[in-house]
Design a protein around this ligand. Sequence first.
Ligand SMILES: Nc1nc2c(ncn2[C@@H]2O[C@H](COP(=O)(O)OP(=O)(O)OP(=O)(O)O)[C@@H](O)[C@H]2O)c(=O)[nH]1
Ligand SMILES: [Mg+2]
Length: 419
Amino acid sequence: MVLRLPIAHFFEGVCFGLFLSMSIVTVQLGQCGNQIGFEVFDALFNDSHCPRGLCSKRENEAYQASCKERFFSEEENGVPLARAVLVDMEPKVINQTLSKAARSGRWKYGQHSCFCQKQGSGNNWAYGYSVHGPRHEESIMNLIQKEVEKCDSLSGFFIIMSMAGGTGSGLGAFITQNLQDQYSSALKMNQIIWPYGTGEVIVQNYNSVLTLSHLYRSSDALLVHENDAVHKICAKLMNIKQISFCDINQVLAHQLGSVFQPTYSGEGSFHYRRNPLGIDWQVRPPLLGLPPLGKMSVNREIHFNTSIANLVILRGKDVHSADVGAFKDPALYTSWLEPVHAFNVWKTQRAFRKYEKSAALVSNSQSLVKPLDRIVGKAWNMFASRAYLHQYTKFGIEEEDFLDSFTLLEQVIASYCNL
Ligand SMILES: Nc1nc2c(ncn2[C@@H]2O[C@H](COP(=O)(O)OP(=O)(O)OP(=O)(O)O)[C@@H](O)[C@H]2O)c(=O)[nH]1
Ligand SMILES: [Mg+2]
């Protein structure tokens, strides 16, 4: 049985695509997408050139070559170029991103890999999707095609964007749809940034609902990071006092790097500590026999996070004797899936960054049900009073489109609740 559930924290097809060491074209959209994209490339590059790989020279070189093939193309004057296209509707962030990369002196973006305009989308999804999208479709798709042509073999697209603004979310949804039409066999994975729960853009819940419902139709996988959760990591685990987007993006880049860098896949066992950046390991099965059977399902809903798929990535010392048996417990997964299909482990002895041992968990589970339900609920309340709707209808996004989006996301919530 295959249910196409979109809020996948990861998607197996992508995993295998990445494992085959082919190239990935990254599309960075809007302020958020460009700022995170820079940190991701920087983390990938710095890790692959980290002097303390803690493995043989040969293995280290194979790792470096594989990272390069995935994320960097031919060198220009000895400096590798990120396989990326930068898109924003205002120049400030793109200019900052380009010069930060150039200043690193180690890698950079291609001279002709950016598209920008003079005026952003003003946090209006409809403006990004219905105005900037069609107007700049050809130029942006041409840039992407040029990047694709530089790849010997294309694994897929990694599209980085926020959900709450106008450009990353609206134009990002439009471009993802175009990629789906033009490169239907390539995998499309969207990294989306979930807005802070409070204190940001007034229409962020509208923008989020529209983004999610559109990506549901055109993306293969949504990799989700919540700003609130990453903020907490910075505050509680890393003790950062004045937390900036730069701090948050470095945590994100670290997590993404630990997933995207090369690994060998295979079975094994482990005794690892938690990842230093605090990945949530709450995948313990419910206590059997307690409480009485009649209350079990309620208990499951409240306390237990049922998964569809889990991927564990282990790097560094002793990976081959690590014990991941606990992840194979059928109680972790929905009843229609065997653990053998739902659980994957990838390993490499090559250490990640400065960590002798590290582990990452990518999980497609019920953990997003609550945040999703909250966003849909808030957007619905605003919609019920027709607040701010004219800002959308004037650019062609009608009430009907909102209603379709609500219906779709309610179905997604119900599917995840019923796992
Ligand atoms: N984690 C993270 N979130 C960001 C960053 N920049 C913006 N955001 C979040 O992104 C949302 C705002 O979207 P932006 O990316 O700024 O908007 P945009 O895509 O540039 O669109 P317009 O400015 O409306 O044209 C808010 O939820 C912010 O919290 C960043 O560098 N890192
Ligand atoms: Mg912007």
